[in-house]
Ligand binder design. Structure first.
Ligand SMILES: *Cc1c(COP(=O)(O)O)cnc(C)c1O
Length: 401
């Protein structure tokens, strides 16, 4: 690496913690599905800031909403009412099962709110949360404890108490793990970080039945799947399962940090003044950006377009899997969260494939040590999907040669 990007990388490594293994590009500008780095190189962004910039980068309506709010009022804390937060909560309740919302700044914080709500609703000595092996729920201590990936706990033990992890897809084992202390089951309807792994509908219905039978809250983490990503505003709508609590974040503000916990009024009643809070949560600028984002995603036909383009991408990925059976096994996902499932040989080269696509100016990532993951802006065109598929085909062909 040399030039402008290298200079920024060196300065970054000097003053920022080494938490991330970053690609060698300092991004300076974004428009639609295109990012530009410090050397003027352009990339087709098929990750959208990890399922965040669903309307593409710097969508004019969102940017306008952010700027005009920033001229009126940026922050006052939750000691006062603020209009964008109220409008956002109204939009979310009108378009979901929920009646009340707690606003946070990130996914992990939305999940923290859900965990605290589940515990306070259940009463003394009922604190246990069961989540799934392979899940991802965040990086704070409680949400990393809920995350079913032991490698993410390493070095940080002891983990907070009360979290256990059921093997993916096995209802009998899940039921055997429920005790008098359990208060909730937490899961992603489709595991994103875990490798774009959809949960079987029958399994999820079984999880819902167990919650009803044992008086547990069903918490859906829709931080990655929510806000249109799967072709409906929330994934639960397509599964015919209604959770008691749901968390969203990532795409909610199209890039501004905001998260939310959604629930029904009877449950929300346990959150009274003093039980939980956030200085920034539902901040006017972030909330105004989110209101503008939701307004576009809820426009007639927008989500149908996500479904159609998702099917187009799925068909293209299946075509590549058929062409390169030594490397890829098939494709899976919903809407515009898709994974190309790699074979053992493919997995061994997964990170390298991502690097080669990066060199060709296409951004994707390798998730769950299993799939190439595609999370493009929901506004991606079929022409742009074709560019992705062509470049991916070229990369896969390099391994066959
Ligand atoms: C990204 C993600 C989180 C954590 O969100 P942050 O904003 O990074 O805290 C939690 N759950 C799921 C399913 C996610 O994809």
């Amino acid at each position: 690496m040399s030039g402008e990007n290298a200079g920024w990388a060196e300065r970054s490594d000097n003053v920022l913690t080494g938490t991330y293994a970053r690609y060698p590009a300092a991004m300076v500008k974004g428009e639609g599905c295109t990012l530009t780095d410090a050397e003027g190189r352009e990339y087709l962004d098929c990750l959208a800031g990890i399922a965040v910039c669903s309307l593409g980068h710097c969508h004019p309506a969102v940017t306008e909403a952010i700027c005009s709010q920033a001229r009126e009022l940026v922050h006052v804390s939750n000691l006062y009412y603020t209009l964008p937060q109220i409008k956002l909560a109204e939009l979310l309740t009108e378009n979901s099962f929920a009646d009340q919302i707690f606003m946070a700044n990130s996914g992990a914080e939305a999940n923290e709110a859900a965990i605290k709500l589940a515990r306070i609703c259940a009463g003394p000595d009922r604190y246990g949360i069961i989540s799934l092996v392979g899940s991802f729920h965040g990086r704070t201590l409680a949400t990393v404890a809920a995350t079913g990936q032991p490698k993410l706990w390493e070095g940080f033990e002891p983990m907070p108490e009360g979290f256990s992890h059921a093997p993916f897809g096995n209802l009998n084992v899940l039921e055997s793990m429920i005790t008098d202390h359990t208060c909730a089951i937490l899961c992603e309807p489709l595991q994103g970080e875990g490798g774009v792994r959809p949960l079987d509908i029958e399994y999820l219905k079984g999880v819902e039945d167990l919650c009803r039978k044992h008086d547990l809250l069903l918490i859906f983490d829709e931080i990655q799947t929510g806000i249109g990503r799967t072709g409906s505003l929330f994934a639960y709508e397509q599964l015919g399962i209604v959770p008691d609590v749901m968390t969203v974040a990532k795409a909610l503000g199209n890039g501004l940090p905001i998260g939310a916990m959604l629930t029904r009024k009877e449950l929300a009643a346990s959150f009274v003044p003093g039980t939980h809070g956030s200085t920034f949560g539902g901040n006017p600028v972030a909330a105004a950006g989110a209101v503008a984002t939701l307004a576009i995603i809820l426009e007639d036909g927008f989500l149908d377009g996500v479904k159609e383009k998702g099917e187009y991408l799925q068909a293209g990925l299946e075509g590549l899997a058929a062409r390169f059976p030594a490397l890829a096994d098939g494709a899976r996902g919903m809407g515009l969260i898709r994974g190309l499932v790699l074979t053992e040989k493919g997995v061994a080269n997964g990170s390298d494939m991502v690097n080669r696509l990066f060199s060709k100016g296409i951004l994707i990532n390798f998730a769950g040590n299993a799939v190439l993951r595609f999370l493009p802006p929901l506004i991606i065109t079929t022409e742009e999907i074709d560019r992705l598929l062509t470049a991916l085909g070229d990369v896969l062909a390099e391994y066959e040669a």
